[in-house]
Design a protein around this ligand. Structure first.
Ligand SMILES: [Zn+2]
Length: 115
């Protein structure tokens, strides 16, 4: 049980919306990322960022989903604190290969030629 942050009404932790004032109790952002098709068909990574007024409640949850024509299920899940999630994001950005910008790359190469 906890109290609604908007109206203060008492409600169970499983409630997503306050039954007294309809305020959302769990705000989250969700994005799905498809697995590489050849190696892992039907699988996806779901990333959920839980936003909460209480900073200790904020986190990012990663879950591996497997889907068939009949159903979808979670194979594994792990939650990271915001600091670890930010570190993961920075790792992905820092380790990403440079994207090729065809025309921009050609212009830079020509501009670097010394005549
Ligand atoms: Zn409420």
């Amino acid at each position: 049980m906890h109290n609604c942050t908007r109206c203060g009404g008492s409600l169970g932790d499983a409630f997503r919306y306050c039954p007294w004032c309809a305020a959302p109790q769990r705000l989250k952002l969700v994005e799905f990322f498809r697995a590489r098709h050849r190696e892992e068909p039907g699988k996806a990574l779901r990333v959920s960022r839980y936003l909460h007024d209480d900073l200790d409640e904020r986190h990012v949850r990663f879950s591996v989903w497997s889907a068939t024509a009949e159903n979808a299920c979670v194979e594994a899940a792990v939650s990271l604190d915001d600091e670890e999630a930010e570190r993961l994001g920075q790792f992905l950005l820092d380790s990403a290969p440079q994207r090729r910008h065809g025309l921009r790359e050609l212009v830079d190469r020509v501009a670097s030629i010394r005549f």
